[in-house]
Ligand binder design. Structure first.
Ligand SMILES: Cc1cc2nc3c(=O)[nH]c(=O)nc-3n(C[C@H](O)[C@H](O)[C@H](O)COP(=O)(O)OP(=O)(O)OC[C@H]3O[C@@H](n4cnc5c(N)ncnc54)[C@H](O)[C@@H]3O)c2cc1C
Length: 381
């Protein structure tokens, strides 16, 4: 039986995409999307890029009116505090036949006393507050050389800020892209004037008499003066409503959880990927959109498992990075090109490609996808 009412918690990409797919597929029951943020669904990737740079003023996913025209009830600025799975309600007023948890993730914070002027970046409100700091000449210290950290470094440099990036790793993005690529990227960041402080962590924030951050104290004993700081040390999935203490809500490839009528998609979900024979929690746009569509189909009783090759992009220091595939670990990296245009292939022990990274080579993405899909098929045979 098809659900008569669908409650979607989270009005980010995954929640909103699930709602619009339900309507696009002809669902005519009630669709309610509850979002804690006061904004209509927006493009989170723009927060570290065009929106922070000021080259774009709105990041809304759809034109105003889109949701109402489709009879999708957006309840913004409301947080769902608890759900009753037996009674199929959430709060006193929200009954559901199908519940979609699309609650995303929240920025991790560092458990240290934190003065004013220290930011995180996950929401539109975070981006607005950080943007206020990024005046020409501002000294911005970034803790964490992951994607959000380096994208903000890139944008801040373009706005005329002095930027330092601190990370315990020896090269930027080492965990995801490996040492070889990290070294190429480090050279590029330095060429763009970024002061990289690698191989050392944060020991504390130093506040001035005005209560604002004036320096970072690093684990190597040095002090890094700054006017503002960004903590970009990753995210934690918003699992509170599900109560699952693991890293994400576990689902099958259609987004079904172990609880009847309850689905999860997007950054909060650890979804089964049949072709990888693994459960993955991916914090990227393309997976969130694909999983959300799979959930909508599952609610309608149509099996449409999401099993595309993982894909993400990042824009930084004049590079469009595009990563295809999944490599948790690899035996070797093949790298060709130079720091303004390169390709890296991550290989297993038998020399089979697991994943690939392209920098400023958009035309090679299709080829890379085919190569990786072919390798996966040969592996399965
Ligand atoms: C700065 C930044 C840059 C990024 N850049 C890229 C990029 O270049 N490429 C890429 O592939 N990906 C990028 N990403 C990742 C991408 O944006 C995410 O993967 C995507 O937004 C995930 O969508 P989601 O809907 O699962 O979660 P979210 O976008 O986090 O949305 C979840 C929503 O649920 C709400 N919520 C949570 N709990 C409740 C509750 N109890 N009640 C009501 N509402 C609740 C939250 O407030 C939030 O609005 C970036 C992310 C950030 C933060």
């Amino acid at each position: 039986m098809t659900a008569r009412s669908v409650l979607i918690v989270g009005a980010g990409l995954a929640g909103s995409r699930c709602a619009e797919t339900l309507r696009a597929e002809g669902y005519d029951g009630r669709v309610v999307v509850v979002g804690e943020e006061p904004h209509a669904p927006y493009e989170r990737p723009a927060l570290s890029k065009e929106l922070l740079a000021g080259t774009r003023t709105s990041a809304e996913l759809r034109a105003p009116g889109f949701w109402a025209e489709r009879g999708i009830e957006l309840r913004l600025g409301e947080r769902v505090e608890a759900v009753d799975v037996q009674g199929r309600t959430a709060g006193p007023a929200l009954a559901w036949d199908a519940l979609v948890l699309a609650t995303g993730a929240r920025a991790r914070r560092i458990p240290l006393p934190t003065p004013d002027g220290v930011h995180v970046l996950r929401t539109l409100a975070d981006a607005a507050a950080l943007r206020e700091e990024l005046r020409p000449g501002c000294r911005l210290a970034i803790v964490g050389a992951g994607f959000v950290g380096v994208e903000v470094a890139s944008t801040a440099r373009s706005l005329g800020c002095e930027v330092s990036v601190v990370d315990v790793a020896e090269v930027p993005l080492e965990r995801v892209l490996g040492r070889e690529v990290g070294e190429v990227l480090a050279a590029r960041y330095r060429a763009y004037g970024v002061d990289l402080r690698l191989g050392t962590g944060l020991a504390g924030f130093v506040a001035g008499a005005d209560g604002r951050v004036r320096a970072l104290e690093l684990a190597d004993g040095s002090e890094l003066p700054c006017d503002a700081a960004l903590v970009a040390v990753g995210v934690a999935p918003e699992v509170d409503l599900h109560g699952d203490p693991r890293d994400g809500i576990e689902t099958d490839a259609c987004g079904r959880t172990a609880l009847p009528g309850v689905y999860a998609c997007g950054d909060v979900a650890a979804a089964w990927r049949p072709s990888l024979a693994a459960r993955l929690r991916v914090e990227h746009w393309t997976s969130a959109a694909g999983q959300a569509a799979a959930v909508a189909h599952a609610i309608l009783g149509r099996e449409r498992p999401y099993d595309d090759l993982p894909y993400f992009w990042s824009d930084q220091f004049g590079l469009r990075l595009q990563h295809v595939g999944h490599a948790h670990e690899w035996a070797a990296v093949e790298l060709e090109g130079d720091e303004s245009s390169f390709a890296a292939r991550y290989l297993d022990r038998e020399g089979r490609p697991l994943a690939g990274l392209l920098a400023n080579r958009p035309r090679e993405v299709g080829l890379l996808r085919r190569e990786l899909a072919g390798a996966a098929r040969r592996e399965a045979a």
